[in-house]
Design a binder for this molecule. Structure first.
Ligand code: ZN
Length: 307
């Protein structure tokens, strides 16, 4: 699972899998909350077999500390007291596929989170507005799908703020979570996202690798078979093959007793379950929606503009 988190990440607009850059510090955590820090020297590992890559990463990891059970600023899984999971869709919105994804989610009473690329969001504002009106969450995935760890802080800020402005103008809602393209992030960027924007940096613990187009049954079996309470499941709403799998993913999870909620709802559940009563965000930053729990509420446009 750790290997999946580190090595595959999400897809580029050009359809290439992510590979961490040499020399980057890759910071992640496994399902047990073990924080793993290491220097990334894994370029090319994604081309090896998954078992080989997993064994290499397993040897490379050096657990340094255990994080508390409450959600940290970087989230790949949330400890929740119930069968809740978050479906996440990256790299859209797509005029061709996202509305059909929304139709499926609506039909089955499921919520999801869309990590949108700003340049696609700007061209599809109506889709964003619809998603929010139907209770889904819109989240920031940078404007042009940059590798944040390879850019200056100013360049990162420009990408984040430009995308925030587009989401705000389309929906009236300011996002409260973000996902770094390729999962490429480091501690400094995680802190920047939280302190400047109030963002949780959201990764995932179930990678369907749908961008590899492995077939509907594989995508469904990975999403449904690997999900655990509190899982964050990675999909991309820019592929016909993913669209073909979404309904079975949703119904498969629901058949196993899972409720599908947004990432912010999942994080809010984790905060409550851990007894965390600290402010969701630093003063002056946007405020995370205080929704979630068994009575699932739509993600409301309650956040204040901070940019
Ligand atoms: Zn992406």
């Amino acid at each position: 699972m750790l290997a999946a988190v580190v090595l595959t990440a999400c897809q580029t607009q050009q359809g290439q899998p992510d590979t961490p850059m040499v020399g980057e510090q890759i910071v992640t955590e496994n399902r047990s909350g073990v924080v793993v820090r290491r220097k990334g020297k894994v370029r090319g590992l994604a081309r090896r077999s998954s078992s080989r890559a997993a064994s290499v990463v397993e040897r490379a990891r050096t657990p340094r500390a255990y994080v508390p059970r409450k959600p940290g600023r970087r989230v790949s899984h949330v400890n929740v007291p119930g069968k809740y999971v978050a479906l996440t869709f990256d790299d859209g919105p797509s005029a061709a596929y996202t509305p059909q994804v929304l139709d499926i989610l609506k039909r089955h009473g499921a919520r999801a989170t869309f990590f949108v690329v700003g340049r696609s969001a700007a061209a599809n504002k109506g889709i964003l507005a619809r998603a929010v009106s139907e209770g889904h969450e819109i989240a920031n995935h940078t404007y042009s799908h940059i590798k944040m760890t390879a850019k200056s802080r100013q360049a990162v800020a420009n990408e984040i703020e430009r995308t925030n402005a587009i989401i705000k103008s389309a929906t009236g809602y300011s996002p409260t979570v973000m996902r770094p393209p390729y999962g490429a992030v480091n501690s400094g960027l995680v802190d920047m996202m939280y302190n400047r924007y109030g963002f949780y940096t959201v990764l995932w613990d179930v990678d369907t690798r749908d961008w590899q187009k492995p077939g509907v049954s594989k995508v469904v079996s990975r999403a449904v078979g690997q999900a655990q309470p509190g899982s964050i499941i990675l999909l991309h709403d820019i592929h016909a093959s993913t669209l073909a799998a979404v309904e079975q993913v949703v119904t498969g999870l629901q058949a196993r007793g899972y409720k599908l909620v947004t990432v912010s709802q999942l994080i809010a559940m984790g905060r409550r379950a851990s007894g965390d009563v600290s402010p969701a965000s630093p003063e002056g930053a946007v405020t995370a929606p205080a929704t979630g729990g068994a009575d699932i509420q739509p993600v409301a446009a309650t956040a204040s503009e901070s940019l």
